[in-house]
Ligand binder design. Sequence first.
Ligand code: TA6
Length: 318
Amino acid sequence: MEERDMVGEKPSVELCKGVNGLDKIVLREARGNSAEVYLFGGHVTSWKNDRGEELLFLSNKAIFRPPKAIRGGIPICFPQFSSHGNLEQHGFARNKIWSIDTDPPSLVSNSLIKTFIDLILKPTDDDFKIWPHSYEFRLRIALASGGDLILIPRIRNTNADGKPFSFTFAYHTYFSVSDISEVRIEGLETLDYFDNLKERERFTEQGDAITFEAEVDKIYLSTPDKIAIIDHEKKRTFVLRKDGLPDAVVWNPWDKRAKAIPDLGDDDYKRMLCVEAAAIEKPITLKPGEEWKGKLELSAVPSSYCSGQLDPQKVLQG
Ligand code: TA6
């Protein structure tokens, strides 16, 4: 694998070649946490803690051949979530080759975070035929010193014809879990959701925490800014903190549907769970010159941290 250092001020950010020679950026934070990002899709494919444990699920059958989106990691759904519109499923951002943004406009963020990369996606002439809008989609991907993975998307309408545009958005995050039957989500109970398995009808969640024993494909609406995924067997809790992304999709294909997905192993559904910070119910509309900014911060903490002094409810409230 060919590797070279990028600019000196960011010594732990390296551009190298990944699967099939695709450009990949490796972020290494001083304490040993790391992340990998492909320019194809602006796609995070790996996030590891300081013990080298992988925290994201990536399918062994992932194809890594544009324009087929990579199965696993964090695909970006833009400008359309799922089939909620006329574009291809989940929009085109995950199918495009992004660029490194060498001179991004300043971003107010934690100045202690030194390990990050800025990417940008802009439309080509061909893209105009699919979605007739001019935009700049900037994405900062950062690793905080505690290992948190932070994603900050900024989308600007650069239309010269005075036209606004609307979009829906999701970070289709595949978390790695020990066994889906041992996992529960806290923070979504009692909320309304659209059930994709029941013609997107609207229901209200009745149970306590959300657990899994069959296929699930739901869009929870107006969700809290924090959601916890508790993995009992791994004794690990993922905490999602989000801003500007009111909805949360929960997806697990379970056995039958997993078999029908060519780039997913038959049993992979047991080891993955998608919890996706999103803006779907109310599309975001930008007038020319306007910019939308969101944020997703992912932490992985030992569950003891959540069940003792800091229980899941406290994680969500605190
Ligand atoms: O986010 C859930 C979902 O929209 C499901 O309906 C399911 O199809 C999944 O995404 C995967 O979509 P993909 O296009 O990546 O195969």
